[in-house]
Ligand binder design. Structure first.
Ligand code: ARG
Length: 712
C-alpha cells in the first residue's frame, strides 16, 4: 500500500517537471511577474511579505556584507550569518600566529569577547524607487547625468541624514532606480569554525560538487542607543533589526521549493558574441598571470605556517576567479556559448528586419558594439596585463605605494608631517603584517617577466631608467633589477622607513626610491589605460543600450530580469540533483560520511579537525541529524540562479525560513554569468543544520542558538 502511494506521488512530481527557474528578479516586480509561479512551486508568502514599500518585510533581514557579499539577520540582537569565505579576510586580519582564528576557529560566547573589525560595514536596503521616467525626461533635455542624479536625489530627499542614496542603471541604461542604504560600521566577529571546516576542500573543491564545506561565519552589528550607525564604541548596543529570519531544523528534500535573496554582483547575459570573445581573451591573460603568482605563494605557504596565514587571503582572492575563468573557458567550449550567442543575434536581426521602425532603432547596434569592442581590445588587454602583474608586486605596490597613498592623503588633510607619517606607517604596518620578503622577491622577478613577455611592446619603454644602471627594461636582467630594488628601497623595513621619515628631505627620498618609482610608473600606466578603457565604454553605451532595449522588445510579454549589478534580487526554484555527464547523476545532498572519505592528513585542504572526526565517528549529531536517514547532512543543491556577491545569501523555504546558505556554483555551468543552463546550473548551499551543529556541538557555542528563532 505504502509503495503504491509513494509511486503515485512520484508520478505526480514527474507530471510537473521542475520549471526552468532562471532569473535574478527585481523585488518591486515580484507581484506582477513572479508571485503566481512562485506560489505554484510552493512559496507560501505573498509578494508584500517579501518586499513592501510601506511595511517591514523579509527584505529587511537581508544585508550587503563588506561590500561584496550577502548576509542575513538571524536574531533580534543584531546577529548575522554569512559565508566563511565572506568573513575570510576579516578573520585573517584579526589572526596572528599566537591567536590564529583562521586555523583554530573562534567563538565569542559573551558579547565582551566579540572582536571589532575596523573597516567592515553592513548595509540595509532602505528605499528602491523606479525613476526611469524622470531620468528619460531629463535626458531628452540634454542634461548631464550627474545633474540629473542631483536633481532626483534632491526631489526625493532623505529619511535620515545618514541615508546613502544613489541612482543605479539597469538593463544597460534602459531602466533606473533610486536606491538607498543604511550603512552600519561597528560590526564584530562573533564566531567562525576553523578553516578546516569553513574552507574544507580548499581550492580543489572550490566551484565543484560534491561538497563538504561548512562555509559560514557570524558577526554582530552594533549601533548607537537610537539604532543609528556609529563608529565603534564600547557604548554601542546590538542593533535591533526590523526583521530576522527564523531558522528551520526541518531539512530539505528533493523538489522542495527554495528561494534565495541577496546581492548578485554582475552577470553579462545581454552581451554579443564579439564581447564574449573579448572577455575570454582578457581572462586568458588573468589566468596565466595568476597561475604564475599562485605557484610561488603556494610553495612558500606550504613550507611555513606563518606564511600560510599571511598569504591565505591573497591566495584565495587570486585563485577563486582564476579557477572560475578556467572553468568558464571549458564551459564556453563544451556548451558552445559563442555560437549560441551568434545564433541568437541572427534570430534577433531577423526579427529586426521585419519592421522598418525596428531597423531604425536596433539595426546597427550589434555592428557598432563589435566595432567598439575591437577598437578597445588593445587597451583593455594592456590594462589587464599591467593590473595582473605589476600591481601584484608587493614591495613597490603594497608597501611603498600603499604607504605613500596614506601619507599623501593625511598630509593634504592635516598639513602635518607627523600626522602624515603616522598614517603612512599605519598602512605600512598593516601590509607588513602579511608580508614575506623572500616570497615577494620571487614574485617580483616572475611578475616583471610576465609583464615584459605579455605587455604591448610600445609600453615597455615607460619602465626604462627606473634605477641606476638599468636603462632598457626590454633587455635588462630582471633578477639583478629586483635585487637592486630590495637592496636600495627604504620600504624593506620599518627601521629604514622611520629613519628616512626623520629627515627634512623625506619627500625627495620617497620620489627617488626605486621601488616607489616603479610603483608610480605602474600606477600611471594603469591609470592612463583605465581612463582610455572608460572612454571606449562610454562610446559603446548607446549601442549596448539599443541592443538590450531591442532584446527586451523582442521578448516583450515574457517576465524578464536585468543583469546582476549588486542590487538586491530574489531567485526561486527547487532542491534538485543534476547530471554532470552522460550516465552520471549527482545526488542533491552530501553527508558527513563524505568528510571522512575525503580526509587526508597530508593534504592541507583535506584535514579533518580531531573533534569533528570524533563527533562524526560517534554519530553524535544531536537534533541536527536528518530524520529520514539519521545522517548529518552537510551541503545541498538547488537550481537557484545566483552569482558571486550572492555568497552568504539565505536559502529559504516557502515560509521564508532559513534552510541553508548559498556559497558556490558548480563547475559544469561556469558560463552561468553569460547564459543560464537549466539542466546543469546549480547553487551549492551549506545545510543550516550542519551550521548549527558546528556552532553547538563542534564550537561549544550553543548559547548563541538561544537568540535564534528555531522552527522544528
Ligand atoms: N567559489 C566561491 C564563490 O566565489 C568561493 C568559495 C571560497 N572557497 C574556496 N575554497 N576558495 O562564491
Amino acid at each position: 500500500m505504502k509503495r503504491i502511494f509513494a509511486s503515485l506521488l512520484l508520478a505526480a512530481t514527474l507530471a510537473f517537471p521542475a520549471a526552468a527557474d532562471e532569473g535574478m528578479w527585481l523585488l518591486p516586480l515580484l507581484e506582477s511577474m513572479n508571485i503566481d509561479i512562485m506560489a505554484a512551486e510552493g512559496c507560501r508568502l505573498t509578494a508584500e511579505q517579501i518586499y513592501s514599500v510601506n511595511h517591514s518585510s523579509l527584505k529587511d533581514a537581508i544585508v550587503q556584507f563588506d561590500n561584496g557579499c550577502t548576509a542575513e539577520m538571524i536574531s533580534k540582537k543584531g546577529l548575522l550569518i554569512t559565508n566563511h569565505h565572506c568573513g575570510y579576510s576579516r578573520i585573517q586580519e584579526l589572526s596572528t600566529p599566537e591567536h590564529n582564528y583562521l586555523r583554530d576557529g573562534f567563538w565569542a560566547v559573551k558579547r565582551s569577547q566579540e572582536l571589532p573589525c575596523p573597516g567592515l560595514t553592513v548595509k540595509f536596503l532602505h528605499r528602491l524607487i523606479d525613476v526611469t521616467d524622470e531620468v528619460r525626461a531629463a535626458e531628452e533635455r540634454d542634461i548631464a547625468f550627474e545633474y540629473i542624479e542631483e536633481g532626483i536625489l534632491a526631489k526625493y530627499g532623505k529619511d535620515f541624514d545618514y541615508e546613502q542614496q544613489q541612482i543605479v542603471s539597469f538593463y544597460n541604461d534602459n531602466v533606473y532606480y533610486l536606491i538607498s542604504y543604511i550603512e552600519y560600521r561597528d560590526v564584530r566577529l562573533v564566531g567562525t569554525p576553523p578553516a578546516a571546516v569553513g574552507k574544507f576542500g580548499g581550492e580543489t573543491d572550490n566551484w565543484m560538487w560534491p561538497r563538504h564545506t561548512g562555509d559560514f561565519s557570524m558577526f554582530r552589528i552594533y549601533a548607537d542607543k537610537k539604532g543609528a550607525p556609529a563608529d565603534y564604541s564600547a557604548k554601542n548596543v546590538p542593533l535591533r533589526p526590523k526583521q530576522h529570519l527564523k531558522v528551520s531544523l526541518k531539512g530539505v528534500k528533493e523538489n522542495d521549493f527554495a528561494m534565495v535573496m541577496g546581492y548578485p554582483g554582475s552577470t553579462e547575459r545581454f552581451m554579443t558574441a564579439v564581447q564574449l570573445e573579448d572577455m575570454e581573451a582578457k581572462q586568458d591573460v588573468t589566468i596565466a598571470a595568476r597561475v604564475l603568482r599562485e605557484g610561488i605563494m603556494w610553495e612558500a605557504m606550504c613550507a611555513d605556517p606563518t606564511v600560510q596565514l599571511q598569504y591565505a587571503d591573497k591566495f584565495a582572492s587570486s585563485s577563486n576567479y582564476r579557477k572560475n575563468f578556467q572553468g568558464m573557458k571549458q564551459s564556453f567550449k563544451k556548451l558552445d556559448i559563442i555560437n549560441r550567442a551568434r545564433a541568437k543575434e541572427a534570430a534577433f536581426m531577423d526579427w529586426v528586419a521585419e519592421d522598418p521602425a525596428r531597423v531604425e532603432k536596433y539595426g546597427t547596434a550589434i555592428g557598432q558594439i563589435a566595432e567598439n569592442t575591437k577598437a578597445a581590445a588593445q587597451v583593455s588587454h594592456d590594462f589587464t596585463v599591467a593590473y595582473e602583474s605589476l600591481w601584484n608586486t608587493e614591495l613597490p605596490m603594497t608597501l611603498s605605494f600603499g604607504f605613500a597613498n596614506a601619507y599623501m592623503e593625511a598630509l593634504q588633510e592635516t598639513s602635518s608631517r607627523e600626522k602624515a607619517a603616522e598614517a603612512g606607517l599605519k598602512a605600512y604596518d598593516k601590509a607588513y603584517k602579511d608580508y614575506n620578503e623572500a616570497l615577494d622577491r620571487k614574485e617580483t622577478v616572475a611578475l616583471l617577466g610576465f609583464y615584459r613577455d605579455n605587455q604591448n611592446p610600445e609600453l615597455l619603454p615607460q619602465l626604462d631608467s627606473l634605477a641606476e644602471g638599468f636603462d632598457t627594461f626590454a633587455t635588462m636582467d630582471l633578477q639583478a633589477y629586483t635585487d637592486y630594488l630590495f637592496e636600495k628601497s627604504i620600504f624593506t623595513s620599518r627601521e629604514k622607513l622611520e629613519k628616512s621619515l626623520e629627515s627634512e628631505e623625506f619627500l625627495g627620498t620617497l620620489f627617488t626610491d626605486p621601488a616607489f618609482k616603479l610603483a608610480l610608473t605602474a600606477y600611471q600606466q594603469a591609470f592612463t589605460l583605465y581612463s582610455q578603457m572608460m572612454m571606449f565604454e562610454e562610446a559603446g553605451k548607446e549601442a549596448n543600450k539599443a541592443y538590450t532595449a531591442g532584446q527586451l522588445e523582442w521578448m516583450a510579454g515574457q517576465p524578464s530580469y536585468p543583469d546582476a549589478n549588486f542590487t538586491m534580487r530574489l531567485s526561486y526554484g527547487q532542491v534538485l540533483p543534476y547530471s554532470p555527464k552522460d550516465g552520471l547523476v549527482y545526488n542533491y545532498f552530501t553527508t558527513s560520511d563524505g568528510i571522512l572519505e575525503k580526509e587526508n592528513p597530508d593534504d592541507p585542504e583535506f584535514i579533518v579537525p580531531a573533534k569533528l572526526k570524533e563527533l562524526i565517528l560517534k554519530k553524535d549529531f544531536g537534533r541536527y541529524a536528518d530524520p529520514a536517514d539519521g545522517k548529518l547532512h552537510v551541503c545541498f543543491l538547488t537550481n537557484n540562479d545566483i552569482t558571486g556577491g550572492n555568497s552568504g545569501s539565505p536559502v529559504m523555504d516557502g515560509d521564508g525560513n532559513l534552510i541553508g546558505l548559498a556559497f558556490d556554483g558548480n563547475w559544469e555551468a561556469m558560463s552561468s554569468d553569460v547564459l543560464f543552463e537549466p539542466e546543469l546550473q546549480r547553487c551549492i548551499c551549506v545545510d543550516i543544520r550542519y551550521v548549527l551543529f558546528c556552532i553547538d556541538k563542534l564550537g561549544g557555542a550553543g548559547s548563541l542558538l538561544k537568540e535564534m528563532t528555531l522552527v522544528k
